[in-house]
Design a protein. Structure first.
Ligand code: DOR
Ligand code: ZN
Length: 351
């Protein structure tokens, strides 16, 4: 008879980083920053505020507001981005780089939440992209086409052929991160490129497929962009995340929206996962039998891509069944974190 190994009671990894998060501003910022700061040493903060963060000066001011919301005694470093618009110049890029901005975000205009000021045609931003290529500033891409004629489930795969591939041919030395990949096609595309292209993967795209959103009742808290796809795509993402490939790393895309803007006739896109982010990733890696691969994905690959030192601290998770709260009250409105049915089987120590 085979000996069955008893499950490990805890796991300790180097402290992870979140390479893609939305922290918002104002009261929402104060409410959500502590969750990210409690689990992650650093986070790349998305610039899609209203109005967006488009300049070095705005990024530095936003950084100060984020730091003011970090609880006393918690060490957390926000890494800032600016939002590419049709009017971004090469000088804007150079100033941002000099101010410590780590990357520039491309939202195709109209692709997602607060993307109306995004790029309408890539040729308009050629000087900015050329400056980024020259200065080594990575481009973070929301990889979906916006053509209303393209089915929402195909918008990422069409983007690869019609936008990303031509972009990479025009700017071969530009470093690119395809954010929150959701399809097997995107995984294969990233794997086909030896250098200069990487991808983040969210916890919710590793755990769920589109049935979670649509089968047996519409569940708006599972609605995000790019939208959850078929199970076979989820399986491809899980294989990429757990496969030890340095091109894939953790990015939660935690995107809080007030409950009344999720539970309504035309709900906002975004899954709020920050309160239980690393617990969700552990759950996915354990289901894949790959707990030993979590640290590389969560704590090493992203830092290596960005040329930043790996974190020295550690984070421990204990195996314990618990039901996180389904509602978090904030100063002005409530938030609904994305919690799997039946709760969680892991919990951050001192969490
Ligand atoms: O679901 C999403 N929510 N996808 C995005 O790209 C943006 C984000 C948000 O800001 O709410
Ligand atoms: Zn995002």
């Amino acid at each position: 008879m085979c000996a069955t190994r008893s499950p490990v009671p805890s796991i300790t990894i180097a402290q992870p980083d979140d390479w893609h998060v939305h922290l918002r501003d104002g009261a929402m910022l104060s409410a959500v920053v502590p969750y990210t700061a409690r689990q992650f040493a650093r986070a790349i903060v998305m610039p899609n505020l209203l109005p967006p963060i488009t300049t070095a000066e705005q990024a530095l001011a936003y950084r100060q507001r984020i730091l003011s919301a970090v609880p006393a005694g918690v060490a957390f470093t926000p890494l800032m981005t600016i939002y590419l618009t049709d009017r971004t110049t090469a000088a804007d890029i150079a100033r941002a780089r000099d101010a410590g901005v780590v990357a520039v975000k491309l939202y195709p205009a109209g692709a997602t939440t607060n993307s109306d000021a995004g790029v309408t045609a890539l040729h308009r931003v050629a000087p900015a992209l050329e400056a980024m290529q020259r200065l080594g500033v990575p481009l973070l891409v929301h990889g979906e086409v916006t053509d209303p004629a393209v089915d929402i489930f195909d918008r990422e795969s069409v983007f690869l052929d019609t936008v990303l591939d031509p972009l990479r041919k025009d700017f071969p030395a530009l470093r690119v991160v395809m954010e929150h990949v959701t399809t097997r096609e995107a995984v294969q595309y990233v794997q086909s490129v030896a250098q200069g292209l990487a991808a983040t993967i969210t916890a919710h795209h590793l755990l769920f497929h589109r049935n979670a959103l649509l089968a047996g009742g519409l569940r708006p808290h599972y609605y995000c962009l790019p939208i959850l796809k078929r199970a076979e795509h989820r399986d491809a993402l899980l294989a990429a995340a757990t496969g030890g490939d340095r091109r894939f790393f953790l990015g939660t895309d935690s995107a809080p929206h007030p409950i009344h803007r999720k539970e309504c006739a035309q709900g906002c896109a975004g899954c709020f996962t920050a309160p239980v982010a690393i617990e969700l990733y552990v759950t996915a890696f354990e289901a894949a039998g790959a707990l030993d691969r979590l640290e590389a994905f969560a704590s090493h690959h992203g830092a290596d891509f960005y040329g930043l030192p790996r974190n020295l601290g550690a984070l421990t998770l204990h195996r314990v069944a618990w039901e996180p709260p389904k509602r978090i009250d904030t100063a002005d409105e409530g938030l609904h974190p994305l919690i799997p049915e039946g709760g969680l089987g892991w919990r951050v120590a001192n969490g």
